[in-house]
Design a protein around this ligand. Structure first.
Ligand code: GAR
Length: 185
């Protein structure tokens, strides 16, 4: 049987993408889609010979147009699953229509608490004693789709944003590959 083909979408540093590469998942990362040309995640992909499709949303007349271009890339490469890993953009109807129930995301909070940008900072500034990580299916909302897995992370009185961020990322890097492994088996 041929290997399952997947794509990862990311906008930034790509430490979660790196964790997937390092986890040697039983699938082939056929494409990295990046909406921020030059982001660090692109370097990580190139080092491992993962093909990259970089695009500037501003270069397209609409969200529908760039999502259509993405879908064409994915279908040409027979991609079956999409894993969002720090893709800081709402997914629209074109992508959702093509990959309904085959698109998941990781988010650094215990959703439904603290959706959106800077979720770690939101929890930290709110004085929470616990936050965490959520993996969920994508729908049209901001970090709102059905939850697949969650893991909590304590916030200690002596935590700084940096120490908390580090622990959250450690959990992300374990949890995401674990969830993906179960989903695609
Ligand atoms: C991760 O913490 C991920 O959970 C978050 O962006 C970071 C990307 O880091 N995603 C969201 O906030 C989605 N709403 P990375 O580029 O090092 O993987």
């Amino acid at each position: 049987m041929s290997e399952l083909k997947v794509a990862v979408f990311a906008s930034g540093s790509g430490s979660n993408f790196q964790a997937m590469l390092d986890a040697a998942l039983p699938c082939r990362i056929e494409l990295l889609v990046c909406d921020k040309p030059g982001a660090k995640v692109v370097e990580r992909a190139k080092k491992k010979d993962v093909p990259v499709w970089e695009f500037s949303p501003q270069a397209f007349p609409s969200k529908e147009a760039y999502e259509q271009a993405i879908v064409e890339q994915l279908q040409e490469r027979k991609v079956e699953w999409i894993f969002l890993a720090g893709y800081m953009r709402l997914v629209g109807p074109v992508l959702l229509g093509a990959y309904a129930n085959r698109m998941i995301n990781i988010h650094p909070s215990l959703l439904p608490k603290f959706p959106g940008l800077d979720a770690i900072g939101q929890a930290f500034r709110a004085g929470e004693r616990e936050t965490g990580v959520t993996v969920h299916y994508i729908d049209e909302g901001m970090d709102t789709g059905p939850i697949i897995a969650q893991e909590s992370v304590d916030i200690y009185p002596n935590d700084t944003m940096e120490t908390l961020e580090t622990r959250i990322h450690q959990v992300e890097h374990m949890l995401y590959p674990q969830v993906i492994r179960k989903l695609i088996k």
